[in-house]
Design a binder for this molecule. Structure first.
Ligand SMILES: [Zn+2]
Length: 445
């Protein structure tokens, strides 16, 4: 079998993937902070690492791969959102965690093996902070506990940041009690009106970086195979996860670090003021989840991707083609090698999609179906796919009756009548297509 090669951010090169234990392959991806709806940029790592999860399950066996993706349900942004609405933080986190789970499922992402929540890991977090203090890597100051960056010689190894960049990056947290300007927060105090938990350092709450280290230890172990996330998380978040975990445990934290590139929309950084801000929830109202998923996979995950509605529509047409070809065909029992090999090469999804297009061009329908399903596509029947999103103005039975009437007219060579029926359906948003198997209908573009 060809080896899996993955680009390891830590080494800045593609490396052969060798799991620590092939019977227990472990990966972790940083999940959402649930204070609003996920945008399409947030969905990119979810879809990309879902493809990796699928590949690993295929190669090592479903029961031998454990994938954890956390939910950050305590954060100052959540507290601000709760204050703005005059509700408790649970009302906010429950609403957006549910939406996130539903939205990502609509994008074809498999449910991770575990979805740990930060608020369910306070004892673990307090324990890790205590251990860091005892080992001289952290100190208490004015109700805060800070990680002391100079206490770790290898700090900065992932981001390759020099001392100046480290200080500049940590400057968001200016505080007089910092021993070193690069030090970062492990624990901070909560006021009476803020959410907090009792701790040896008083009532407070964890800094953001801490939860991932603790949840990884608890659910996956002290050393794991793969840790993924967006490029923007390399520094400081992932650098700080490494500092906490490696100083607490005295061993390597992650073997392979993987990061996906940025997403722009219509060539610009997504922003509410530019009007190019798309939440997944909104996009799913007008577009198929599979079309959104495919558009996120058209670029290699490490490259930047430019998202646009045109690209979603283009991928919808590609899926139309795949659905048409695979209609009423049984999927082959094995996934095509061309698809698997493309993914083994650092998750080369553009190459995998090209391999599926080749199968489509050859009308190798059962292989196409197996390959597409492996990647999370062709999850429905062609009839369901083409009829999805039809407005409730006309029932499928009525459409079928009109198609029968039109076929009757055509048999009688009454083309004026058959054209009239076609136009009437088009007016209702329904397009007809005559195929050797009969007349199919779908939502008009
Ligand atoms: Zn994280």
């Amino acid at each position: 079998m060809t080896e899996v090669r993955l680009y390891n951010t830590l080494a800045r090169e593609k490396q052969v993937f060798k799991p620590i234990d092939p019977l227990n392959v472990r990966m972790y991806v940083c999940g959402p902070t649930v204070y609003n709806y996920a945008h399409i940029g947030n969905a990119r790592p979810v879809v990309v690492f879902d493809v990796l999860f699928r590949l690993l399950r295929h190669l090592y066996g479903t029961e031998h791969v454990k994938y954890a993706r956390n939910i950050t349900d305590i954060d100052d942004k959540i507290m601000a959102a709760a204050d703005a609405e005059g509700v408790g933080i649970k009302a906010i986190t429950r609403r957006y965690a549910e939406a996130y789970t539903a939205n990502m499922a609509s994008l074809g992402a498999l449910t991770p093996s575990v979805t740990p929540k930060a608020t369910e890991h306070l004892p673990e977090m307090i324990k890790m902070v205590q251990s860091l203090i005892e080992q001289g890597h952290a100190y208490e100051a004015e109700g805060h506990v800070m990680f002391n960056v100079p206490s770790m010689e290898t700090y900065g190894a992932l981001s390759k940041h020099g001392r100046d960049e480290l200080i500049a990056g940590a400057r968001v947290e200016i505080a007089p009690y910092k021993r070193d300007p690069a030090d970062f927060v492990l624990w901070k105090p909560s006021t009476k009106n803020q959410v907090g938990w009792g701790s040896p350092w008083g009532r407070g709450r964890p800094g953001w970086h801490l939860e991932c280290s603790c949840m990884i230890e608890k659910h996956l172990g002290e050393t794991i195979d793969i840790h993924g996330g967006g490029q923007d998380l390399i520094f400081p978040h992932h650098e700080n996860e490494i500092a906490q975990s490696e100083c607490a445990h005295g061993k390597q934290f992650v073997k392979y670090w993987m990061h996906n590139g940025y997403l722009t929309v219509d060539g610009e950084k997504m922003s509410k003021s530019l009007g190019n801000f798309h939440t997944v929830d909104d996009l799913l109202k007008d577009h198929e989840g599979e079309a959104l998923r495919l558009s996120l996979l058209t670029a290699h995950y490490r490259q930047p991707i430019d998202f646009s509605i045109e690209s979603v529509n283009e991928q919808k047409r590609r899926l139309d083609r795949w659905y048409r070809i695979t209609d009423n065909v049984e999927a082959a029992s094995t996934v095509p090698e061309t698809v698997v090999n493309a993914l083994k090469d650092d998750i080369n999804t553009p190459k995998a999609i090209a391999a599926l297009d080749e199968l489509a061009a050859d009308e190798t329908a059962s292989e196409l179906k197996a390959g597409a399903q492996f990647l999370g596509f062709i999850t429905r029947s062609a009839a369901e796919w083409f009829q999805a999103g039809i407005a409730g103005d006309i029932s499928p039975l009525a459409i079928d009756a009109m198609i029968d009437a039109r076929n009757q007219a055509r048999r009688e060579r009454d083309f004026a009548e058959s054209d009239r029926i076609r136009d009437e359906l088009l007016g209702l948003g329904i397009a007809l297509e005559d195929t050797p198997e009969g007349t199919l209908w779908r939502k008009a573009d």
